[in-house]
Design a binder for this molecule. Structure first.
Ligand SMILES: C[S@@+](CC[C@H](N)C(=O)[O-])C[C@H]1O[C@@H](n2cnc3c(N)ncnc32)[C@H](O)[C@@H]1O
Length: 246
């Protein structure tokens, strides 16, 4: 009996070594190239942004997936570009824009590899930082998105907050920590109980770090649902880029 148990543990550890370790290497977000993202909440409305939008503003949505938000901005008269690493999602976004007759441009590509996207009045990232579980890439995403903002333009970030008070997530974070991952990283299970990807939930300190280069316009916290329908917390930040005086 004891022997069977230790064999089971050995197999479990082997499976984790095979599945987890390569996923926690830098560049792990690359698996989003082929992930079919169908969250419980298909879209997160960006209504709170409405008072800050003007016709003719330029906007970049990073991680735009099937392009719903990009098109919503396009339908309000903004000049919009959406980028996503997932080719199938971008094809779908282009088809939808054509069918709905909305003017929107889409690029399939890794945002971190782009050298000349230009500058925009508004840059958005919705549920994207969470995919950048590895700190160096997470930081690069933030700093390169800042570089894409024109003058004292705006950044809009909507993402997940660490919820250690939540029983489901507390266990997942613990498991991540046990494996030596960055605090707030955890494995997201797929429908078959397999592991889909590693996600990150943000601490208060990380939200402060995200906001540092910006003047805060608003910071809201709200309850939401995760990809798999678990209750979770989110933050919604709108900031105005601080322009250096030099
Ligand atoms: C969790 S989904 C969120 C999609 C959408 N923003 C939403 O809230 O429904 C994250 C998106 O970011 C995209 N993504 C991940 N890494 C990326 C990268 N390096 N460059 C561009 N897009 C990326 C994924 O393909 C995916 O569509």
């Amino acid at each position: 009996m004891v022997r069977q148990e230790s064999i089971n543990i050995w197999f479990e550890n082997l499976a984790y070594t095979m599945v987890f370790i390569p996923m926690s290497e830098p560049g792990e977000y690359a698996l989003w190239r082929s992930l079919d993202y169908r969250p419980t909440l298909a879209t997160l409305p960006v209504d709170n942004l409405a008072p800050y939008l003007r016709r003719g503003q330029t906007a970049l949505e990073i991680g735009c997936s099937r392009g719903q938000t990009t098109m919503w901005l396009g339908s309000r008269g903004l000049d919009v570009l959406g980028i996503d690493i997932n080719g199938e999602a971008i094809s779908q976004a282009r088809r939808s824009a054509k069918i709905s007759n909305v003017k929107a441009h889409f690029i399939e590509g890794d945002f971190l590899d782009q050298t000349d996207l230009g500058k925009f009045d508004l840059v958005l990232m919705i549920r994207v930082l969470t995919c950048f579980a590895e700190y160096t890439n997470w930081y690069a995403l933030l700093s390169r998105s800042f570089d894409c903002i024109a003058g004292a333009g705006l950044i809009y970030i909507h993402d997940f907050v660490a919820s250690p008070e939540n029983d489901v997530y507390r266990e997942r974070y613990r498991e991540g920590t046990r494996r030596g991952w960055r605090t707030g990283n955890f494995a997201v299970p797929g429908k078959e109980g397999d592991i889909q990807f590693i996600a990150h939930h943000h601490s208060t300190e990380e939200i402060d770090e995200i906001m540092k280069p910006y003047e805060k316009v608003f910071l809201n916290f709200h309850d939401s649902l995760s990809l798999n329908g678990n209750a979770c917390r989110m933050f919604e930040f709108l900031g105005k880029a601080r322009v250096s005086s030099s």
